[in-house]
Design a protein around this ligand. Structure first.
Ligand SMILES: C[S@@+](CC[C@H](N)C(=O)[O-])C[C@H]1O[C@@H](n2cnc3c(N)ncnc32)[C@H](O)[C@@H]1O
Length: 255
């Protein structure tokens, strides 16, 4: 997969992609990440990429010409004819990123991510240049660099082969519609707090059962909304009924 990131703060992005999984993904050749400075596509003396909003008001707006030129330049880097990227604009007004959509993005061969800044971009960029606007949540950041990195990290770890064991992505929260079970590591006992006995038993079937139960319990307690769409087996549903009555019992005995 190839990801091109367009930003007026390239150092913010290049600093972050040289570590951990993103570094490994690039070294293994599975993900190619190219950072572009939008200022390279501004032609005035000051290399300006923003201007005052028409109609007045606070803040600056990102100009459309440098963004169009930057995306056209990137499109021209296609290795084969007809190859075309999905162009994404980071925006708090966009579709909210979730694991299911990240999985779809990870199947694409080529992604371009535009980082907005200031008050955002000239509306014609949204209308004429961008295929999708993506938000990372209902809050407003100063710029699109951190959202672009969030999108990149979420997607890159889903590209087959990027994570060591394919299993770790498959078991992550949201992958099967549930939150993941808790984790423990050595020491088995710390200040009198023990890790669950079953995890030390070596009994794989029992461990898998415990983990599934904890995953159901955690989802029920923290994100019950996810249970409405999660794919649950008959065994899961029975387990959930048990969890629900155990918790109700605990609540009534505390009253
Ligand atoms: C200060 S914000 C602009 C917000 C804009 N005035 C509005 O109210 O919708 C500047 C840039 O940061 C990025 N950004 C801010 N919050 C974001 C979010 N939640 N998700 C994705 N991008 C975001 C976008 O690229 C946006 O253009």
């Amino acid at each position: 997969m190839r990801v091109d990131i367009l930003t007026v703060f390239p150092e913010m992005v290049s600093g972050a992609i040289g570590h951990s999984i993103l570094k490994r993904a690039q070294e293994s050749g599975l993900v190619e990440i190219v950072v572009h400075d939008i200022r390279d596509f501004a032609h005035d003396r000051h290399r300006s990429t923003d201007d005052e909003p028409f109609g007045g008001g606070p803040g600056m707006v990102m100009k459309l010409a440098p963004l169009f030129e930057a995306v056209e330049h990137v499109r021209g880097l296609a290795v084969s004819e007809g190859e075309s990227p999905l162009v994404v604009l980071t925006s708090p007004q966009g579709r909210k990123l979730d694991q299911a959509y990240a999985r779809r993005l990870a199947e694409l061969p080529w992604l371009v991510i535009i980082c907005g800044h200031y008050e955002g971009v000239d509306e014609r960029v949204r209308e004429r240049l961008v295929d999708e606007e993506l938000s990372i949540g209902d809050y407003v950041l100063t710029g699109g660099e951190l959202p672009a990195l969030v999108i990149l990290d979420t997607v890159a770890r889903l590209v087959p082969g990027v994570l060591g064991g394919e299993e770790s992505a498959a078991q992550d929260s949201f992958s099967d519609g549930l939150l993941e079970h808790p984790h423990y590591t050595r020491p088995a006992e710390f200040r009198g707090w023990s890790a669950p006995e079953v995890l030390l038993s070596g009994h794989h079937a029992e461990i898998a059962k415990w983990r599934r139960r904890e995953s159901l319990k955690r989802t029920f307690l923290r994100r019950p909304d996810l249970l409405e769409t999660a794919s649950l087996t008959e065994e899961d549903k029975t387990e959930l009924d048990k969890i629900r009555s155990e918790i109700e019992e605990r609540v009534t005995s505390n009253e």
